[in-house]
Design a protein around this ligand. Structure first.
Ligand SMILES: CC(C)(COP(=O)(O)OP(=O)(O)OC[C@H]1O[C@@H](n2cnc3c(N)ncnc32)[C@H](O)[C@@H]1OP(=O)(O)O)[C@@H](O)C(=O)NCCC(=O)NCCS
Length: 157
């Protein structure tokens, strides 16, 4: 499975072979919240988890999304999504998010984002997410987390 994007980027399934590259990327884009190596490894080994990467024309992994289907049939969660800073603002984050939503294939999609993460909140808001809950002190450093949800158009499932 290989979804081609513009400028030679592609979305592909991410596997345990990508663990090191994903770990490196997570540490760059989430200096405060990067998943520990073992937690990331578990994401690759757990059933009902969707892992996708963006590969640059030179083969480097420059983006990653992980989504969990969970037990409820009507809902999926975006667990983590990120694009290498050197490749941001080219539409890759939006493309990866849309790809994950399609793979999740459920009517509701949720995620949690730091209240101060304006770039991500802007991306989510413009693609149909609204804030449904504020979790005060959700993050380790005390920052509030916003739970955002998108109702998928049935035609998109
Ligand atoms: C959020 C993130 C995934 C966006 O990826 P991206 O590839 O740069 O985003 P896109 O190019 O697809 O941008 C789509 C839209 O999102 C919004 N957006 C993205 N980055 C933005 C920024 N730095 N400032 C303001 N708006 C931004 C804009 O509306 C943008 O559309 P535009 O470029 O036409 O204005 C990326 O900034 C990232 O990896 N951030 C660090 C990790 C993170 O915060 N992940 C989300 C955790 S919940």
């Amino acid at each position: 499975m290989n979804t081609l994007l513009k400028d030679g980027y592609a979305i592909r399934r991410a596997t345990l072979f990508d663990l090191r590259a994903v770990y490196r990327l997570e540490r760059v884009i989430f200096p405060r919240d990067a998943y520990p190596y073992l937690d990331l490894a578990l994401l690759f080994l757990t059933p009902r988890v969707i892992n996708r990467k963006i590969v640059a024309p030179d083969g480097a992994l420059v983006g990653f999304v992980c989504a969990v289907l969970g037990a409820r049939q009507d809902r999926g969660w975006i667990v983590t999504i990120g694009i290498d800073p050197a490749h941001q603002r080219r539409g890759l984050g939006q493309a990866l998010l849309a790809h994950a939503e399609e793979r999740i294939g459920r009517t509701h999609i949720r995620l949690t984002v730091r209240e101060g993460n304006h770039p991500a909140i802007r991306l989510y808001a413009r693609t149909g997410y609204t804030t449904i809950e504020r979790k005060i002190g959700y993050y380790r450093d005390g920052e509030t987390g916003l739970v955002m949800e998108k109702h998928m158009n049935p035609a998109q499932n």
